[in-house]
Design a protein around this ligand. Structure first.
Ligand SMILES: C[S@@+](CC[C@H](N)C(=O)[O-])C[C@H]1O[C@@H](n2cnc3c(N)ncnc32)[C@H](O)[C@@H]1O
Length: 233
């Protein structure tokens, strides 16, 4: 049997243990024994960046916010797609994630944290959105939890709630796009996005390129170019 190597461990403020492990060439992060993320299935994370980038208008100097870093596959794809003058902020709640990526995962995506286009913000992306100047971002990519209805961290509920969507719409430029990652689909969240004034759709996405079925959902939410009254759709 192939061994599992524990590379790092930390105790979170809620007394749950966070651990980084390597097994059979892949990396896994667990919280309190539950799998939080791994490097085995990253296609939908990369697709988030492709969908966000597709909405960029002509011109340069776009500003992007990604929350959170994880293993950096969303950031990697975004940096592959954009030019040298794009500014990408990455908000990551857990300092250990950033440190472990730098120390243990430099050859995965950790070295991207030092890309001159990247600014790392340690903290909650909800707070980053809330304090952003209006119309700050061309794109906001949110992959912080399992989705609107399957939360690992209950505090993330507000990101998917009306209060989070209001902060998001304020922080997006007219014509800007948000992409939410979710483990499953959720019609209620789609309706909430539309009620909040977004033009929104839910797309199925593959967990890994060779997957036969699409198991993840990406919610794509466009903020209109001209603000329009919120519809009760
Ligand atoms: C599933 S991972 C993201 C995976 C990432 N898309 C990738 O390509 O590897 C979720 C990340 O979000 C972070 N996170 C959770 N809640 C957060 C929040 N409210 N603000 C910022 N980061 C958060 C977690 O610590 C974790 O690093």
């Amino acid at each position: 049997m192939k061994p599992t190597v524990v590379l790092a461990e930390a105790m979170l403020p809620n007394r749950q243990k966070l651990s980084l492990r390597r097994h059979d060439g892949h990396y896994h992060i667990r919280v309190g024994g539950e799998l939080l993320m791994s490097t085995t299935a990253t296609a939908s994370e990369a697709q988030m960046a492709e969908l966000a980038h597709a909405a960029f208008g002509a011109g340069a100097g776009q500003r992007v916010l990604i929350g959170g870093f994880g293993f950096g596959f969303t950031l990697r794809r975004m940096l592959e797609l954009v030019g040298p003058d794009v500014h990408v902020q990455v908000a990551e709640l857990l300092p250990q994630i950033v440190e472990w990526n730098r120390v243990h995962l430099a050859s995965v995506n950790g070295q991207l944290l030092d890309d001159p286009r990247v600014e790392v913000l340690l903290g909650d992306v909800f707070a980053v959105l809330g304090s952003a100047a209006p119309a700050s971002y061309d794109a906001v990519l949110l992959d912080v939890d399992n989705g609107p209805e399957a939360l690992v961290d209950a505090r993330n509920e507000r990101l998917y709630a009306d209060v989070g969507l209001a902060a998001l719409s304020r922080a997006l430029k007219p014509g800007g796009r948000a992409v939410f990652w979710s483990a499953g689909t959720d019609d209620r969240f789609l309706r909430r996005l539309k009620r909040a004034g977004f033009q929104a759709e839910a797309l199925w996405a593959k967990a890994y390129p060779q997957a036969q079925v699409k198991t993840h959902t990406l919610f794509v939410a466009d903020w209109p170019r001209r603000e329009r009254p919120h519809s009760p759709e």
